[in-house]
Design a protein around this ligand. Structure first.
Ligand SMILES: N[C@@H](CCC(=O)N[C@@H](CS)C(=O)NCC(=O)O)C(=O)O
Length: 230
């Protein structure tokens, strides 16, 4: 039996974290039995982040390591992919996790109109008085990280111009099939779809959210991935 340590549901999705949803999708696709264990405090996990799985008396941190563990135990998420598609799939995963993700973080944490709604959802278990202080400290650290990462230095127009070609690349692939690499879901879908849906359900009206929710190829796709893997 596997426990998945995950952030609780938020904004209508199974978790506030797209990485936790990715891990849940991979677990479902692997056919393993698993149980969600919701927590808001990742500090005692190996990387201080979620998702983590707990199995056979050990903790496996990071959705990539969770994927590796499931593959070592028989899962083959990409069995229907050619070698070339596997190579491309790797790049799509990196694009989602190392680029789209930071746009999501910008939308949720850096936009002053969105932030109060995110704060009151993420930190709802904290009494209102301390909530604002603690959430404010965490936000400050995160915004500093986004500044060093680079996206935090761009204005909204520049940021949208940077993500638009990625969205086009995903949409172009989806003209070819129901999922990114054919008619069955693969590991790339488990990474890409949760990033898109997390942006789509973020409260408020960010321009990125508008761009994605107006794109019917993408809204249909995230619904399909959720139906196949959720
Ligand atoms: N590379 C990691 C990323 C996980 C990650 O960034 N998790 C975030 C939530 S989306 C987290 O737990 N952040 C808590 C923190 O940084 O304190 C993975 O694939 O699992």
């Amino acid at each position: 039996m596997i426990d998945l340590l995950t952030y609780p549901p938020a904004f209508g999705l199974a978790s506030s974290s797209p990485f936790c949803i990715k891990a849940a999708y991979l677990l479902n696709l692997s056919g393993q039995q698993w149980t969600p264990v919701e927590t808001l405090d990742p500090r005692k996990t190996p990387h201080g982040k979620l998702p983590v799985i707990r199995t056979e008396g050990r903790m496996i941190a990071d959705s990539d390591n969770i994927r590796a563990y499931l593959e070592e135990n028989g899962a083959d998420f990409d069995k229907h992919l050619s070698d070339l598609d596997r190579a491309n799939a790797r790049a799509f995963i990196r694009m989602a996790e190392e680029h789209l993700y930071f746009h999501l973080v910008m939308d949720r944490w850096a936009d002053d109109r969105v932030w109060p709604m995110v704060r009151d959802t993420y930190f709802s278990k904290m009494p209102a008085g301390v909530r604002h202080v603690i959430a404010g400290v965490i936000r400050k650290g995160l915004l500093k990280g986004l500044h060093y990462q680079g996206l935090g230095r761009l204005n909204t127009d520049q940021r949208l111009a940077r993500i638009e070609p990625d969205i086009e690349a995903i949409t172009t692939r989806l003209w070819q099939g129901k999922f990114l690499f054919g008619d069955q879901p693969s590991a790339a879908d488990a990474s890409v779809a949760p990033m898109l849906s997390a942006i789509m359900v973020t409260p408020g009206d960010t321009r990125l959210k508008e761009m994605l929710t107006k794109n019917e190829v993408l809204t249909g796709y995230v619904a399909r991935v959720e139906a196949a893997c959720g």
